[in-house]
Design a protein around this ligand. Structure first.
Ligand code: PLP
Length: 388
């Protein structure tokens, strides 16, 4: 049975050229960049070079680039670091109802344990935060706003530049979780988001797992969340994972300026997938019409629990997801779907197909044959309550 992978928003395979670029740092260049001797200095030179390359690509200063262990850590550093730094000025924080749990759980913790008040903005039917909704929510004691660039479950793209500008006019810090944006949407430079803090993660665009970056606009210096040595401009203690960092930078250079998730290649596949979803009586498309990641097509399947459906697809070799990989396996409804105006009984029936560069028309055609069969197999047998 062939494997058909439609789950690129969960993760992507490591690109062979990126792996090649990483290999010297898993082998001959093994020193600690903080050591004073020549073995360490070789690693230091490679680390400095990686930071310079990242800064050139982002059009930032090298000191504004903080290497982390991935999206989650970048987000934690941005949110805890900025909220705590600005606590003397105010305790009101704003995010949206459709953020990744890496964002929402940071805010939950700040509210529960550190005396902050957190507002989760509602979204419209497409999953977007209209700028006027943010404007109304801002208060004199608002110090930090975090709105994602693109949603992982339904692919909705937020008007981040506008939201960021609103915050900047008022001197409020703005963070964007751009984990799903990089490699998919056009990128000119890091300032296009009008954000003080931007979280990025390599494994969503064919880089290694465990590698991320937080852009911190100078002169902002958020409080660190990891303490120890003075690494990463005193913002992130811990000996650097040089191979992962080099892989991240290589993937950034290769796959971000010209998005590796090519619109030309993926649009016809996504259109075909969307047409399939619109044609089946049980499925409803969810997400934005225009402001959507080109690779992401999500649907609700009436009467079917997504876990049963995903298991059925997997038996046919097809990998899809019910949304965030971190909540796959849990039966709790998707908070993203709950935030849209859909019937609560549908919140457990989200299925996400996220395409990548190796997907083909014939794979989508194969899905078109299999999906109706799997849906029918997943429908509960009438009267028993069992899922057949
Ligand atoms: C929008 C978004 N933010 C943050 C993350 C967290 O990234 P990681 O699990 O790589 O730390 C993900 C991962 O799925 C994501 O999709």
């Amino acid at each position: 049975m062939r494997t058909i992978y439609f789950d690129h928003n969960a993760t992507t395979p490591l690109d062979p050229a990126v792996r090649e670029a990483m290999l010297p740092y898993l082998g001959e260049v093994w020193g600690n960049p903080s050591s004073v001797h020549h073995v360490g200095q070789r690693a230091r030179a490679a680390l400095d070079d990686a930071r310079d390359r990242a800064a050139r690509l982002l059009k930032s200063k090298p000191s504004e680039v903080i290497f982390t262990s991935g999206g989650t850590e970048s987000i934690n550093l941005a949110l805890f670091g900025a909220a705590r730094l600005r606590k003397p000025q105010g305790r009101h924080l704003i995010t949206s109802a459709v953020e990744h749990h890496a964002v929402l759980h940071c805010f939950d913790s700040l509210a529960a344990k550190e005396g902050f008040e957190v507002l989760r903005l509602p979204v419209n039917l497409e999953g977007r935060v209209p700028p006027e909704v943010l404007t109304k929510a801002l208060r004199p004691d608002t110090t930090l706003v975090s709105i994602q660039a693109a949603n992982n479950e339904i692919g909705t793209i937020q008007p981040v530049a506008e939201l960021g500008a609103l915050c900047r006019q008022r001197g409020i810090l703005f963070h964007t979780d751009a984990v799903q944006w990089f490699g998919k949407e056009p990128f000119a430079d890091i300032h296009q988001f009008n954000a003080d803090l931007v979280s990025i993660c390599a494994h969503k665009f064919y880089g290694p797992k465990g590698a991320g970056l937080l852009f911190i606009r100078s002169p902002l210096l958020p409080d660190p969340i990891l303490f120890g040595g003075g690494h990463e401009n005193e913002r992130r203690a811990g000996t650097e994972n040089l191979a992962a960092i080099v892989g991240l930078v290589e993937a950034l250079e290769r796959f971000v300026p010209t998005p590796v998730f090519s619109r030309t290649q993926l649009s016809p596949l996504a259109d075909r997938l969307k047409a399939l979803i619109l044609s089946l009586p049980e499925t409803t498309f969810v997400g934005a019409g225009e402001h959507r990641l080109v690779n992401t097509i999500s649907c609700l399947v009436a009467g079917v629990d997504s876990i049963a459906l995903l298991a059925g697809l997997d038996l046919e070799g097809i990998c899809a997801s019910s949304g965030s990989a971190c909540s796959a396996g849990s039966l709790s409804p998707s908070h993203v779907i709950s935030a849209l105006d859909v019937a609560p009984r549908l919140a457990n029936s989200l299925v996400r197909f996220s395409l990548g560069r190796q997907n083909t028309q014939s794979e989508v055609d194969h899905l078109a044959k299999i999906l109706p069969l799997v849906i029918h197999r997943s429908l509960p047998v009438k009267g028993t309550g069992f899922v057949g």
